[in-house]
Design a protein around this ligand. Structure first.
Ligand code: CO
Length: 171
């Protein structure tokens, strides 16, 4: 008898083996998270850094502030390249219920006012409006966040708060 059929069988077995090895592995990543879900900010020494980019995104979705902090410092770092006039970002802290009103009044105040109504009492704290490569740090009096929430952070550049927003909690 010939060995050819055996060789073919062996070749086929190898091919099946290779095909099986090349098949996509079973999904083992975490289930899809809700759209817009972002990680929590890394907090240390009553401070954190939030990055903003040219894609109109913050890199974190929430900031948990230790209740023991008197002042909490947030550094906003614009890691993009676009100028402030095209893709400016700031980080505004306010009650969630005030976000839309602050953003609308900020848009109406215009670029000359850095898209915040001058003296807006609803604004608890805010950084400067920065462009690509720039950063700014703001200190937040944590006592202002211990009642009256929930609180948020967002960007007041026109239209940005749709995507550029997150929650702030104290605990
Ligand atoms: Co922005």
């Amino acid at each position: 008898m010939s060995t050819v059929p055996n060789l073919l069988a062996a070749a086929c077995a190898l091919a099946l083996c290779a095909a099986a090895a090349a098949a996509p592995a079973p999904a083992r990543s975490a289930p899809p998270s809700p759209s817009g879900d972002k990680p929590a900010a890394k907090v240390a020494n009553c401070a954190t850094q939030v990055e903003a980019n040219d894609m109109m995104q913050f890199d974190v979705g929430s900031i948990a502030i230790p209740a023991s902090c008197g002042t909490f410092r947030i550094t906003l770092k614009h890691v993009g390249k676009l100028p402030v006039t095209a893709m400016g970002h700031d980080l505004v802290v306010a009650r969630a219920a005030d976000m839309a009103g602050i953003a609308t009044d900020g848009m109406n105040a215009g670029a000359a006012a850095n898209y915040l109504k001058p003296g807006d009492a609803r604004v608890i704290a805010h950084t400067k409006l920065v462009g690509g490569g720039q950063s700014d740090t703001v200190g937040i009096p944590v006592a202002r966040l211990k009642s009256g929430g929930p609180f948020v952070f967002f960007c007041s550049f026109p239209g940005h708060s749709v995507l550029m927003k997150g929650t702030i909690s104290v605990g």
